[in-house]
Design a protein around this ligand. Structure first.
Ligand code: FMN
Length: 175
């Protein structure tokens, strides 16, 4: 698909069928992530791929009130970033997430960004970050950013309205 078409059609998808994502599709999604630019090219991100239904089910409690999209997800990619490697680790891992989200969409796979950084989990007094770190045995220096929750869409949402120009959000030459 042409890039603009992919951008126009991309939506967050939170309910999935039970069709499994193939190894090939998963590799394409991860490869897209690995093609992201990063500050000084340091690539501080690492990912944990989760397909085990038991772990996906346990992850539901990673957010207060429950991350319901994980109830039907067939795969999730948890994204972490090495804070000791670079001061742009948050920006870098956000782009990593964004590229994978777009690649998934271009393959007809639904996905949604599940925020982990700065969120509370469903366990009293436990942050989402600590919950995920503990469940997935993540080392201390790796900062949990977000989880890309994925599966084949139960239904396909309409594309977002196309941006209009001139836009009040864009300034030319000065604010
Ligand atoms: C930084 C960021 C954090 C997000 N966190 C969540 C989240 O925790 N849970 C969720 O359901 N969606 C989350 N989203 C998805 C947004 O809600 C979604 O992108 C937005 O509502 C626009 O809808 P669309 O993606 O379908 O265009 C997040 C998106 C971004 C970029």
């Amino acid at each position: 698909m042409d890039l603009m078409e992919t951008l126009k059609n991309r939506r967050s998808v939170r309910k999935y069928t039970d069709q499994k994502i193939t190894d090939e599709a998963l590799e394409q999604i991860l490869s897209a992530g690995m093609l992201t630019p990063s500050g000084k090219g340091l690539k501080p991100w690492q990912a944990v791929v989760i397909r085990d239904p038991e772990t996906l089910s346990a992850l539901v409690s990673c957010r207060q009130g429950g991350a319901k999209m994980l109830q039907t997800a067939t795969c999730a990619i948890a994204v972490f970033s090495d804070k000791d490697k670079t001061d742009t680790y948050i920006e870098d891992s956000s782009l990593f997430m964004g590229y994978m989200h777009l690649m998934a969409s271009s393959l007809g796979i639904g996905s949604v960004w599940l925020q982990i950084r700065l969120r509370p989990s469903d366990q009293e007094g436990v942050s989402s970050e600590d919950f995920v770190r503990d469940l997935l045995s993540v080392p201390e220096n790796m900062m949990p950013e977000a989880i890309l929750v994925m599966g084949y869409p139960e239904s396909t949402p309409e594309p977002n309205p196309a941006p209009e120009f001139p836009s009040s959000l864009v300034h030319y030459e000065k604010w």
